[in-house]
Write a protein that binds this ligand. Structure first.
Ligand SMILES: Cc1cc2nc3c(=O)[nH]c(=O)nc-3n(C[C@H](O)[C@H](O)[C@H](O)COP(=O)(O)OP(=O)(O)OC[C@H]3O[C@@H](n4cnc5c(N)ncnc54)[C@H](O)[C@@H]3O)c2cc1C
Length: 331
C-alpha cells in the first residue's frame, strides 16, 4: 500500500493501516513530515451543534460533514490511545469540542518510515492513498497571495486523481485563510499562527478607499471574512476591540506591520476609534513579483505592465524563509 503525503491525513492513514496489519510505504515530496499540521495550532475539533456546522459551512457536502461531526470524538480518542498527549483536553470555544496537540510531538509520534524528498510516482498503482493536501501553493501563486500553509502542497495528488477521472467538490474557490498584517510586515513560517489577525469580529472594517465594509455577521473562525473582503483593509478598533485584540495587534506591530492612529487615515472613522491595523486579505491584497538584478532605491520609478510605480520602501521579503530584499511599489 502506498500513501502519498506525510501530512496529518497521510500519517494517521499509515498508523491505522499498520494497526490493521498492512505495511504501508509513505512517500513525502517535502523535506519534512507533518505538512500544514506542523505549522498549525494543532486544534482538532468539531462544532458541538450540527446546525452550527451547516450554518457556517453551507457549501460543504452534507454526508461528508456528517461523517466528521459523528466520528471526530472517537478519532481523537484513538489518537490518544496511540500515545498522543493533548495539550488541551477540550477547546476553549463554547461552540466547539476537540483537543489541542503539540504539532511537533504529534508528527514525531506518527512519522515512521517516511521517504522524504519523494513525490508520488506518476504511474503509482492501487492500493494508493492520496493524502497530498490541497493546492495551497498553486492557489497562492495564481492569486498573488502569501502562502500560509505547507510549501509543497501544490495539488500533485489532486491532478493525478483528476487525470484518472475523479470528481471535484464544490469548494474549489475556497481556502482556509486568515487576515495577516499587510506588507511591509515580515511573516515567517513560525509566525503564521501568532500573526493571524483574528479579531475582525470586534473591528470596524474599512476598505482602502474608506468604505465601511464591516459585515453584518462574522463567524468565530473569521474564515468567511478572509474570503469575502478584499483587497487590503483596515481593521479599526475601539477600546473594547483592542482589549480583545491586544496580543495580535502587538504581534503585528513587532513584525513591522502598519498601525496608525485612525485620525491619520484619509477617511472618517468612529470617534472612539483607537487604532487602525492594515491587514491583507486575498486575491489582489498584494502581488509578488520576482526579478533579477539590484534592488531599486526608495523614490525611484519603475515601469511594470505599462504603469509607472514608485519604490516606497525597501525591506526584507515577506515570504517565509526568503532572504532576498523586497522593494515595495505603489502607484
Ligand atoms: C497556520 C495554520 C494553522 C492551522 N490551524 C488549524 C487548526 O488549529 N485546526 C485545524 O483543524 N486545522 C488547522 N489548519 C489546517 C490544517 O493544518 C490542514 O487542513 C491539515 O493539516 C491538512 O492536512 P493534509 O494531510 O490533508 O494536507 P497537508 O498538510 O497539505 O499535507 C500533505 C502532504 O503531502 C505532501 N505532498 C504534496 N504533494 C506531494 C506529492 N506530489 N507527492 C508526495 N507528497 C506530496 C506535502 O508536502 C505534505 O506533507 C491550519 C493550517 C495552517 C497552515
Amino acid at each position: 500500500m502506498l500513501i502519498a503525503g506525510a501530512g496529518m491525513a497521510g500519517l494517521v492513514c499509515a498508523a491505522r493501516a499498520r494497526e490493521l496489519g498492512l505495511q504501508p510505504s509513505v512517500v513525502e515530496k517535502g523535506t519534512r513530515a507533518g505538512g500544514s499540521m506542523l505549522l498549525s495550532s494543532g486544534v482538532a475539533w468539531r462544532h458541538l451543534e450540527w446546525d452550527d456546522f451547516r450554518a457556517e459551512c453551507p457549501g460543504g457536502d452534507d454526508a461528508l460533514q456528517r461523517l466528521i461531526w459523528e466520528r471526530v470524538d472517537d478519532a481523537l480518542a484513538w489518537l490518544v490511545s496511540l500515545g498522543a498527549e493533548p495539550v488541551w483536553q477540550d477547546t476553549e470555544n463554547p461552540r466547539t469540542t476537540g483537543k489541542r496537540f503539540d504539532p511537533r510531538a504529534l508528527t514525531e509520534l506518527l512519522a515512521r518510515d517516511v521517504e522524504l524528498g519523494t513525490p508520488i510516482p506518476a504511474d503509482a498503482e492501487a492500493p494508493l492513498v492520496l493524502a497530498t493536501g490541497g493546492f495551497g501553493k498553486r492557489l497562492a501563486a495564481e492569486r498573488g497571495l502569501l502562502l500560509r500553509a505547507n510549501p509543497w502542497s501544490d495539488g500533485g495528488g489532486f491532478d493525478l486523481a483528476r487525470g484518472r477521472g475523479a470528481a471535484v467538490t464544490g469548494g474549489m474557490e475556497e481556502f482556509y485563510g486568515r487576515a495577516m498584517p499587510a506588507p511591509p510586515a515580515r511573516i515567517r513560517e513560525e509566525d503564521f499562527v501568532p500573526l493571524s489577525q483574528l479579531y475582525g469580529r470586534w473591528a470596524r472594517v474599512f476598505s482602502e478607499d474608506g468604505d465601511d465594509v464591516t459585515p453584518a455577521h462574522v463567524s468565530w473562525s473569521e474564515n468567511d471574512l478572509a474570503q469575502a473582503i478584499g483587497p487590503r483593509a483596515w481593521y479599526v478598533l475601539d477600546d473594547e476591540g483592542l482589549a480583545h485584540a491586544r496580543a495580535r495587534v502587538d504581534a503585528a506591530r513587532a513584525a513591522g506591520g502598519t498601525l496608525v492612529d485612525p485620525r491619520e487615515l484619509p477617511f472618517d472613522t468612529p470617534p472612539d476609534a483607537r487604532v487602525a491595523v492594515h491587514v491583507v486579505w486575498k486575491t489582489s491584497g498584494y502581488e509578488l513579483r520576482e526579478q533579477d538584478g539590484d534592488v531599486p532605491s526608495v523614490g525611484s520609478e519603475i515601469e511594470q505592465d505599462g504603469q509607472r510605480l514608485v519604490v516606497t520602501k525597501v525591506g526584507p521579503s515577506p515570504l517565509p524563509g526568503d532572504t532576498r530584499a523586497c522593494a515595495y511599489l505603489a502607484r
